[in-house]
Write a protein that binds this ligand. Structure first.
Ligand code: SIN
Ligand code: CO
Length: 386
């Protein structure tokens, strides 16, 4: 008998080849025996916290009007909610709830720097955010209650949307497939696929594991900003072999080749490209909330356990000259092949036992990561976690 993967009877390889970024996939019972870590009361509590990103969306009875409030919400809001047609959505729950790491771990089939966050929604009967599309891959996991998902069509920035309402509603949305999800079921949707999730009955909780993909505009902007910060103003376009042109008003193909070559040169530098990309893709989701651990170095020999800080982004790269870089929340740390097993563990796991037999360089690396807040020590290492 073949072992069930996250995708049911489909192997991870099959999922990547046939579905990932291509077409929706419904997996019944993907999280059948999973204990979902956040319930409705905890979610409402999170939505009242100042640093937590949340939204409350209420629909009119005819489904035509939508009201949107951004968190932090006042506790009194919950007492005044109607019986039907509203939903509360809390972003980046994995930044606040350590137990969410166990859920996120299931998605390690993709590079961790492609993962964005865990969003959790709670909806009363009929509640939802309306027909819309997202620019990212998403796994919609039904944690409690039931939700009907209508799915169909590909949409983009140019697609018409309903005017004068605070949420994106696609008037041209036509469902092509429809499923009712029960607790433990999971629906994968590629970017730009139109979808509408409506709670069927009360107590509908959906966990959305969202991925991230920078737009080409963001990539160019970020790379060129970093490059521009580093380059001296004397480094300029040059034309030592300037040919005599027939027409002084012409921009020749030769001039354009020269520009292309000088720009290409920066992209063809693997150290430059990887340093920028590693920093860029590990930048924290909420940089303003990132906090380091000031103070004395930790006695690593005495700690019970080490944990990835919730929301920390960690990835590494090896260059052809066998030099290695670890990227942690947008910061770079060089290391050598000897530290690679440690770095692999740090970038793949969320919780570690007490570190043992550390070399001086491993100790220095861990200390730096603890100081910048990407890792932290725990009182007690819990085998169940992570
Ligand atoms: C949800 O309502 O839980 C998911 C919203 C979405 O489709 O993005
Ligand atoms: Co969506």
């Amino acid at each position: 008998m073949t072992e069930r993967s996250l995708f049911g009877e489909i192997t991870v390889e099959q999922f990547l080849a046939e579905y990932w970024q291509k077409k929706p996939l419904l997996v019944r019972g993907a999280f059948a025996d999973f204990e979902f870590p956040v319930d409705a009361d905890e979610l409402a509590g999170l939505a009242c916290e100042a640093d937590v990103e949340s939204r409350l969306i209420t629909q009119s009875a005819d489904g035509e009007q939508f009201k949107l409030s951004h968190g932090p919400l006042d506790e009194s809001v919950f007492a005044e909610l109607p019986e039907k047609d509203w939903t509360l959505l809390v972003q980046a729950v994995d930044h606040w709830v350590p137990q969410a790491a166990e859920l996120m771990q299931h998605f390690s089939f993709a590079p961790n720097w492609r993962l964005d966050d865990l969003m959790i929604s709670y909806a009363a009967d009929g509640g939802g955010v309306g027909p819309h599309y997202d620019n990212y891959d998403v796994f919609l996991i039904q944690a409690a209650g039931k939700r009907r998902w209508d799915v169909g069509g590909l949409f983009g920035e140019e697609s018409p949307r309903k005017p004068d309402i605070p949420v994106m509603i696609l008037p041209d949305f036509q469902p092509e497939q429809s499923w009712e999800l029960e607790p433990g079921d999971m629906l994968y949707l590629p970017p730009q696929v139109g979808h509408n999730g409506v709670a069927v009955g009360d107590g509908c909780m959906t966990y959305s594991v969202g991925f991230r993909a920078p737009s080409h505009a963001e990539l160019f902007q970020s790379f060129s900003r970093k490059l521009a910060d580093e380059l001296l103003s004397e480094v300029r376009y040059g034309d030592k072999n300037l040919p005599l042109q027939d027409h002084s008003g012409e921009i020749t193909g030769q001039a354009l080749d020269q520009v292309k070559q000088l720009m290409q040169g920066y992209l063809d530098d693997p150290a430059r490209l990887s340093q920028w990309f590693g920093e860029f893709m590990t930048e924290p989701k909420y940089p303003e909330l990132a906090a380091g651990n000031e103070g004395d170095a930790v006695e690593l020999a005495e700690i019970d356990g080490l944990y990835r800080t919730e929301g920390a982004r960690l990835a590494w790269h090896k260059l052809a000259d066998n030099s290695f870089t670890l990227f942690a929340d947008g910061q770079r740390h060089s290391f050598t092949e000897a530290e690679l097993p440690l770095v692999q563990a740090i970038t793949e796991e969320y919780a570690f036992g007490p570190p043992e037999n550390l070399s001086d360089s491993e100790t220095a690396l861990l200390q730096a990561l603890i100081q910048q807040g990407a890792l932290h020590c725990g009182e007690e290492y819990d085998d169940e976690e992570g």
